[in-house]
Design a binder for this molecule. Structure first.
Ligand SMILES: *Cc1c(COP(=O)(O)O)cnc(C)c1O
Length: 498
């Protein structure tokens, strides 16, 4: 066989390049080690002293310009690069480490997670498959989650970026299961069945997206109304299924929320499980926010019925505080899970021994082939802190949410806009038409750096939303956030019309 020449002609006059010159490792390991230790110290100090800084601040123009330069052709001193990280990166991050960050639903991370990321990067394991410890740790997390949710030991699990991906994969699995593996070849288009799925109007937007991307189309997703507590209206669900059946459609899946994104409401999982079982529908739970509550004996009853589901999406990077990203999909039936994705490429053959051993690899359970080791940081977090510390942190968040709700109800400025189930508090100025004011208050305290709540729309009205999921948050922080919002009201000369 001939060997193709490289584009550049070998010049016999030039000295042969040496092997060492081409390694990307440092030429001076001792110097590198010193820089690495000092960087780690800097990051640890940053986390330890997070309270002393604004919750969030926008990157100034000089920093933005720093990241607008052209691609460096030549490298520079590592020390200079690390100085840039300290000056231009650390101060301008998202803010979610900070105890007064309550925007959206963002995990706070832990110092153990920092160590885990060092090991992960150091080993640079590709966890798409094969016979190595990274894949084994993922199996361990799967067994742990199977235990937590009372799934059989044979359940399958897969780390993914987040619950958006987990909900998407679950939709694909449920669809393939409903109309058969042939659909992988033929496409839903060629099926004689018109599949329909069900979720509540309060479900996360990624559920509709999952339907779009799966080829079913979001019109095939029924948005069931909710009751006054934001939970799926069970009677309406039953009616909707009956109507679809009468119209000749094939109901195939219900996606319940264990913690809705707006208010943290938990659907009545036990009742939904019963309906799914009776009608032979796939029962998936979007537990992005709330599934971690299953670690707590006190919160677990809120999720009653989750053990009867067919699959669960959850996010270790939210209430589990594992560093981003660490989403997870748990599926009761490994065979059904695998049959939706398994791929028999020649270069991915497994063997009975050696590095290619093992009969189900993570790449047989999802789309990703090359993937990092999200399992290690999850394992290290659970090993070092134990399920009980995570559970107690979540319980305390729920306690703080009630504390904030109490302050709101006792005060004269604000009123609650939704019941508090887990640790999300939606509230706003008392009175009519205060949506714009609520939004301005949130932006005001964000820009001041004193707190980061976010806002959402409930029943057509913009409301302030505090998602209290940070393990660093204390009662004093709740007071401070409340006071910051109140001060903003005064600053803006807003009068309460309630
Ligand atoms: C965050 C969230 C998602 C999406 O999860 P990602 O991890 O951000 O992809 C889905 N559902 C709910 C209820 C969420 O809160």
């Amino acid at each position: 066989m001939s060997i193709e020449p490289l584009g550049v002609r070998d010049d016999p006059q030039q000295p042969k390049p040496s092997d060492e010159q081409h390694s990307l490792d440092p030429s001076d390991w001792d110097e590198f080690r010193a820089l690495a230790h000092s960087l780690l110290d800097g990051v640890l100090t940053h986390v330890r002293t997070i309270r002393d800084r604004p919750v969030w601040q926008a990157a100034p123009p000089v920093t933005r310009e720093h990241f607008a330069s052209s691609l460096p052709s030549k490298g520079r001193e590592l020390g200079g690069v690390l100085d840039d990280v300290k000056t231009h990166v650390l101060p301008f991050a998202t803010g979610n480490l900070h105890p007064r960050f309550m925007g959206w639903v963002n995990g706070a991370g832990t110092p153990v997670g920092i160590l885990a990321e060092i090991v992960s990067a150091g080993l640079n394991m590709n966890c798409g498959g094969r016979n190595h410890i990274g894949v084994e740790i993922e199996r361990q997390i799967t067994r742990w989650m199977a235990e937590v949710f009372s799934y059989p030991e044979t359940a399958s699990g897969l780390f993914v970026t987040g619950s958006s991906m987990a909900n998407f994969l679950a939709t694909i699995i449920a669809k393939t299961h409903a109309i058969g593996c042939e659909t992988r070849r033929l496409g839903v288009w060629n099926s004689e069945h018109r599949l329909v799925g069900y979720t509540s109007i309060e479900a996360h937007g990624c559920v509709a997206q999952a339907f779009e991307l799966s080829g079913l189309g979001s019109n095939a997703l029924r948005r069931v109304p909710v009751d006054a507590s934001g939970r799926m209206d069970i009677a309406a669900l039953r009616t909707s299924i009956r109507e679809d059946m009468a119209a000749g459609a094939l109901p195939f899946m219900i996606i319940a929320s264990a913690g809705t994104v707006n208010t943290g409401a938990v659907d009545s999982l036990a009742e939904i499980a019963e309906i799914a079982a009776r009608e032979n529908l796939w029962f998936h739970v979007d537990g992005a926010i709330g599934a971690i509550a299953a670690l707590s004996p006190r919160l677990r009853p809120l999720l009653s019925g989750i053990e009867a589901s067919d699959s669960i999406a959850l996010d270790f990077h939210k209430w589990g505080h594992v560093p981003y990203d660490a989403g997870f999909l748990l599926v009761r039936d490994r065979g059904i899970h695998k049959s939706a994705f398994v791929n028999s490429a020649a270069y991915l053959q497994s063997a009975e021994r050696g590095l290619a051993a093992g009969d189900t690899w993570p790449c047989d359970l999802g789309l990703d082939l090359s993937r990092g080791c999200r399992a290690l940081k999850t394992w290290m977090t659970l090993e070092a802190l134990g399920a009980s510390q995570l559970a107690e942190a979540a319980e305390f968040n729920c306690h703080l949410a009630r504390y904030l709700a109490g302050k709101i109800e006792r005060g004269t400025l604000f009123e609650l806009k939704a019941p508090v189930t887990l640790s999300i508090v939606c509230f706003g100025m008392r009175g009519e038409d205060m949506g714009k004011v609520n939004r301005d208050l949130v932006i005001g305290v964000q820009v001041a750096g004193s707190a980061v709540p976010s806002w959402t729309t409930l029943n057509g009205e913009i409301v302030i939303r505090c998602a209290i999921i940070n393990h660093r948050t204390t009662r004093a922080d709740i007071d401070a956030v409340y006071d910051a919002l109140s001060a903003e009201v005064v600053l803006r000369g807003i009068t309460c019309r309630g």
